[in-house]
Design a protein around this ligand. Structure first.
Ligand SMILES: [Zn+2]
Length: 165
């Protein structure tokens, strides 16, 4: 811990511990060995945060990395993008989501991050995804319908790019 008074790091020592909140937390009285300041910390079991996705139709479902990965793989179908690169990009998006949204994220926010990520990976994959995303703004729909634009002439829609900048 950092002392709230002198800001020294890891100079604290615990002088008292007791259970609180019916045993769900522990309060610790600490003393800074550098300046003598006493302060209290509270410790509890960390809950693994479960992120919920709010879909466009109002329904909700738990965030699913596999589903996200599948959507991105679909977009990269037959494109020269390594599986590993897609996997890494999907994991980076998951991390970003968990950092930016505490409990709930709208599916369109996920779509935006996927668009940005695909734009760096492969332009055609990006445009495939973006053209579906623009219409449906829902990852499920994108997974279902991306087949339709897989073989579309991606480069014939250069102005779609501007929509997602
Ligand atoms: Zn101190």
């Amino acid at each position: 811990m950092q002392c709230p008074s002198c800001k020294e790091l890891n100079k604290d020592r615990v002088i008292d511990s007791r259970a609180t909140e019916a045993g769900k937390a522990i309060r610790r009285r600490r003393e800074c060995t550098a300046c003598g300041q006493r302060y209290t910390t509270k410790e509890r079991i960390e809950q693994e945060a479960r992120l919920t996705v709010a879909k466009k139709d109002g329904s909700r479902m738990p965030f699913d990395l596999e589903r996200l990965l599948r959507g991105m793989q679909q977009a990269c179908y037959k494109r020269p993008v390594a599986q590993e690169a897609i996997q890494q990009a999907a994991e980076a998006i998951e991390e970003e989501l968990k950092k930016s949204f505490e409990r709930e994220v709208e599916s369109r926010q996920i779509g935006l991050l996927v668009c940005r990520s695909l734009r760096d990976l492969d332009k055609v994959a990006y445009i495939r995804f973006a053209s579906i995303y623009r219409e449906f703004a829902d990852l499920d729909d994108i997974i279902d319908d991306i087949e339709l634009v897989k073989d579309a002439q991606a480069d014939s829609h250069p102005d779609q790019r501007a929509l997602f900048e």
